[in-house]
Every structure is written in C-alpha cells, then in structure tokens.
Design a protein around this ligand. Structure first.
Ligand code: SF4
Length: 256
C-alpha cells in the first residue's frame, strides 16, 4: 500500500482512537522503522510516556543543536531516568558547524533570516535527515492549537520530500490536556514551561510569551516572516505553512 493511502486510512481512523491507540495503529501498519523526534517539550514528554509505558517499537531521538537551554538538558536526563531508556542524540556535523560559525559569527542568526535558516539547516535540518534515514514513519508531537499555522494540519500525511509517513498523534490535544496528562502520569516536564515558555527551542532564539500571545510567538521573535526552521517542508522541499481551514493546499507542513 502506498504511504499516501496509508495516511488517508490513518486520518480516517485516528479521530476515534486515543493517543496510545493511534501510536499502536501506526506501529501495526508500518512495515519499516518508526522514529519519534523529541525536543522535550510537554507534548513530546506525553508521547515519550505513552511510547515507553506501552513498550512500543518507536525509536526516540533528539537533535542537540548545541544551543539548548540548561533546563532542556535537565529534563532530558530526568526522562531517561524516569523511563529507563536512552534517547538517541543527533549532533551537527563538525565541519559544517565550524564553517557556519566562521562565516556568520557565533550569533549570526540575529542578523538575517538567511543566516538564521543556515544555522537551523546545519544544527537541525541536516541532523534530522540523518535521524530519519531509512525510517518509514516519523512521529511528532505537533498539536493543531499550537499556532494558527498548525490549525489546518492532518493526523497523518505523506512527506514526499523525505519519502515517509508523518504522524501527529496529539493533533487534537489542547495545551491544558497535554500538561494535565504529564502531571497525572508524573512525566518530567521542562521547568521553563512554568516560566512563560510554552514552546522551547534553542536558548538564543526562544523567549517567554505574554498572556494571549500565540504559543509559538517566542520563537525567533525578532523575525516578521517565514519563521520556519526547515524541519517541516512540503513535497517540493519548500518551507510552507498549513492552509487556513477551508482553503485547501498543503497541510501538516510547518515548523516544529
Ligand atoms: S533555533 Fe537559533 S540557534 Fe537553534 S539552530 Fe535555529 S538559528 Fe541556530
């Protein structure tokens, strides 16, 4: 069965299933490797809990950009201790990173969108490509209510650029439900969430948000357009955003 057809079937079935049942369905239908990419945000912690407790055959990986908050390393360590597992860490290639810093300076990403995308390219996108090499299914913690850009996403989609099935089991969860789930199940959470950081990426590129602001307003807050890091692209490899409901177009293809 083609991955596009598989995505359609999962989209049909997922609304009736719990999050763990969605993960189990993805495992049951996949004939290849499943990879879950975590950045240790509250959504990812809920998914890690579900995967670990159910003993699902999904590889848990993270992209260590080298610029993460100390609190992120703390929750990473706490997660491994809580569930007795090791998260596979992917790092930027040394030569590419050295060339990037030589070219644009250590914080060159503040100077232009092109510089910022180049930094994300070396520190995130290239390691992600290695993490997903040979995988058939990519599991993410994306939620539809995280931002206007994510509101039009599907539960599952064929990522033609990477040739795999992308699955978002928490698509319909609210932030409150996700935080409550982690609290009830004693899943470790990043201490920054309680300090006004609903979305946590690299330290120099993430700030707290004000009440009423979009959950992701604190990411690359100095930029006014194309706030994409390239992890989520369309079939042609372009950075795109989900279409508004009713407008059609690409869905589930935004930044993480
Ligand atoms: S989020 Fe900032 S520091 Fe992290 S990879 Fe992107 S530009 Fe670089």
């Amino acid at each position: 069965m083609s991955l596009s057809l598989l995505a359609s079937q999962l989209n049909e079935a997922f609304p009736r299933l719990s999050a763990v049942q969605r993960l189990e369905r993805a495992c049951a239908t996949a004939s290849g490797r499943l990879v879950f990419t975590t950045s240790f945000g509250v959504e990812d912690q809920a998914l890690t809990h579900l995967i670990a407790e159910a003993g699902l055959p999904i590889e848990i990986v993270t992209l260590d950009t080298g610029r993460l908050f100390p609190q992120t390393y703390d929750v990473w360590r706490a997660t491994e201790a809580r569930y007795g597992l090791r998260v596979r860490a992917l790092y930027p290639e040394r030569e590419a990173l050295e060339a990037l810093v030589a070219r644009q300076g250590v914080n060159g990403f503040y100077e232009s969108a092109a510089n910022r995308q180049a930094c994300c390219g070396v520190r995130k996108v290239a390691p992600l490509a290695r993490a997903l090499e040979g995988a058939q299914v990519w599991v993410t913690g994306l939620r539809g209510s995280q931002s206007g850009h994510r509101a039009g996403m599907d539960y599952a989609g064929f990522d033609a650029a990477r040739g795999l099935l992308k699955v978002n089991p928490l698509l319909d969860w609210t932030r409150e439900e996700t935080a409550d789930f982690c609290a009830r199940h004693d899943a470790p959470v990043n201490a920054l969430h309680a300090q006004g950081f609903p979305s946590i990426g690299c330290a120099p590129c993430t700030r707290a948000v004000a009440p009423g602001e979009d959950e992701r307003a604190g990411r690359w807050w100095w930029e006014t357009s194309d706030k994409e890091c390239g992890l989520h692209v369309d079939a042609q490899g372009r950075f795109v955003r989900a279409a508004a409901p009713g407008q059609g177009g690409a869905k589930g293809l935004v930044d993480s």
